[in-house]
Design a protein around this ligand. Sequence first.
Ligand code: BGC
Ligand code: CA
Length: 405
Amino acid sequence: MKKFLVAMIVMVMIGSFAFAGGSQESSGAAATVVRNADKPVVFYNRQPSDPVSGEIDMDTMNWNDSTFYVGFDAAGGGAVQGQLIVDYLASADPAVVDRNGDGIIGYVLCIGDVGHNDSRARTEGIRKALGTWAGSTDPGVVQEGSANVGGTQMKVVELEGRAMTGTDGSTWNANAATDAMSGWATRFGDQIDMVVSNNDGMAMGCLQASNYPAGVPIFGYDANADAIEAIGQGRLTGTVSQNVDAQATATLQVLRNLLDGLTGEDVWTVGITEADQYGNKISAAMEYLPETKALLAQNTGVNSSNWQSYTEGTRDPGIKQTSAEAKKVLLTVYNSADNFLSSSYLPALRYYAPLLNIELTIVQGDGQNESVCLDRFTNLNNYDGYAINMVRTNSGPDYVEKLRY
Ligand code: BGC
Ligand code: CA
């Protein structure tokens, strides 16, 4: 009995030592809490870059080893949009497209945001395809181009290109496009044979103009649900999908991978171009550019021949529920009124985040004042990672600086 008691006491002591050891270890882990400066940061949709030169802000991109950009192939997308327009013209009837019969295809262009590299890439792609490119994406810097219209080579003229800034200073503004379109329709009349817009929001804005010249072909970009519907109804001629599902998933998956401790190539391949441990893999192709730490989705042209495959609710079946540890991410959106972000990107994020076990806290700005987002880029210790969509593409340092301490 005595022996038994001694054995019991020894066992209890060993147990409590083990327990003390255990608790010491866990308080040790608490002391090595991850500093905000070492947490993952993913910029998405608005690439840290110089608004004038378009040069990528590599200081911001190299903020820490866990800083990445997720977007889409902007230059490739401009080319896809240009090709969509060229293909349309090639199969069109010159007698119908050239409304005033002057042998010239006149078009107007909604640029969006002259300081945004997506906008610039589209202006360049369109102008190069139509031959109006004069070496600059600025409004008005164009030359006379030419295009094959149903077998006839015709001159092409950009009647006007405009940035589309709202009265509140926000960019890519759909109301500004409605106003511009009604002015253009009055000023240029039947010189307008075609309307081209660097996003769907502005294209739909143009169609809102009460004097929109009925039947004039019009092209957008983004493949938002209302634009796809408008293609089905024959109101919109074409758009480009920048594959929002692939981008939203990749933004979350890169964060997930970094938070799960993956390093190197695994960060931009696992769950993206190859299956992760839960069997998740983005179905569409994604490309990684190491020199700019950018993971990019590919673009596809959408028109009356294939719009049905882009209808709302077409989510990626390659992404299923994971049982990964829950993580918290603070995500900013530059403008709550941005058509693409609010109607396409955010719904996609909201769909995929719970599947990847990421709890998003979303902060939305007004598209004009960086401070609206920055002032709410706070309580940073409460989050495991950050996803940033800046108002101005050169504001990267203002965000990462807040993570320094
Ligand atoms: C989209 C635009 C959107 C912009 C916001 C672009 O990629 O095509 O529609 O306004 O992103 O940053
Ligand atoms: Ca004409």
